[in-house]
Design a protein. Structure first.
Length: 340
């Protein structure tokens, strides 16, 4: 038994994080796989494959097997998981790890089964599923077992999960397919429309990281952006500002704020009072977008804090949850009885 590693996996649309009990988060790689179309062999996985996005020759294709928080390419996801599990747990066929995988709160039973199957095929001994907001709350160091209400906003790559948690389970939640990827898409769209400049996914992501903003900055930041001129078809570079990026991200940010508002509206009054006292906690890579906490605080009138290591919260929570599977299972069963 001592050899069975306990592994927590945050199977994200943008990144895969692997947490191993006693060691912490030991792997964080982009969810990208490069495949040779002629031989069907995997050329690269993770960061190496991400560098190839939009730059591959005709016979190599760099794919992201997860879209909007769910598996869009089952076969590639399974192979990617197998690669990461082998890299973190070794390739011994005797000792298979116990795996806890995270899924968005609105995921369907069919999508859950696909994730579970992929993890088992990739070498898991027993596979457990967990909802992302619960894992994020545990990873952020919050005590989810207390009767006090906790509100968590987890902005990942594919989905934004907003949930109110009490007594170890989700009381009310909503998940929207608007998150980091949609921010990138909004930047690409804005550059085409306003500047007639065509930029790739990776460039948009870099701009989001350096210039992206959800709340007016005290000082406007300026940066050069390179792409292809849609009029002449030639390479071109222009200067863009953080003010323009706030304009570009307005639509997805508005949807996230509306989602938070909607969940608060459906929250029982006692729990709403708890949240008003303790505030809202933000996790996920999207929480690092400049000023997003202030934007949500303005919209809700509540204090908003960003977890210490927002990107790793879900993976850490997933790993920690392996210690309290019984409690989580009990909550899931009781919730199922309520809904019958």
């Amino acid at each position: 038994m001592a050899f069975v590693e306990e592994v927590g996996i945050d199977l994200g649309t943008a990144n895969v994080l692997v947490y191993i009990k006693g060691k912490g988060v030991i792997l964080e790689e982009p969810s990208v796989v490069a495949i040779n179309k002629d031989t069907d062999e995997i050329v690269a996985v993770g960061e190496e494959a991400r560098q190839m996005l939009g730059r591959t020759p005709a016979n190599i294709v760099a794919v992201r097997p997860l879209r909007d928080g769910v598996i869009s390419d089952y076969d590639v996801t399974e192979r990617m998981l197998k690669y990461f599990i082998r890299r973190t747990c070794g390739s011994s066929g005797f000792f298979k790890p116990k795996i806890m995988v995270c899924v968005p709160s609105s995921v369907t039973e069919v999508e859950k089964r696909a994730v579970k199957e992929a993890a088992i095929q990739a070498g898991g001994k027993s596979v457990y599923m967990m909802e992302e907001p619960v894992a994020a709350a545990i990873g952020a160091g919050l005590d989810i077992t207390r009767p006090n209400g906790i509100m968590i906003i987890d902005i990942g790559g594919g989905t934004t999960d907003v949930a109110v948690i009490a007594l170890g389970g989700i009381v009310t939640s909503n998940s929207v397919k608007v998150a980091g990827d949609k921010f990138d898409e909004a930047i690409v769209k804005y550059m085409r429309k306003e500047h007639k400049l065509y930029i790739g996914e990776r460039t948009a992501e870099e701009i989001k990281t350096t210039l992206g903003t959800a709340y007016p900055r005290e000082q406007v930041v300026v940066q050069e952006c390179r792409g292809r001129d849609l009029v002449t078809g030639l390479p071109k570079s222009i200067e863009i500002t953080s003010k323009q990026m706030m304009e570009a991200l307005e639509e997805p940010l508005q949807i996230i704020c509306e989602t938070v508002h909607g969940v608060l509206e459906r929250t029982p009054p006692e729990l709403a009072a708890d949240i008003a006292n303790s505030g809202i906690v933000m996790t996920g890579g999207g929480a690092l977008l400049h000023g997003i906490d202030r934007r949500i605080a303005d919209r809700t009138g509540m204090s908003v804090t960003i977890a210490e290591d927002p990107k790793s919260c879900v993976a850490i929570g997933t790993g920690k949850a392996l210690n309290s599977i019984e409690m989580l299972e009990k909550n899931r069963i009781s919730r199922r009885k309520d809904s019958i």
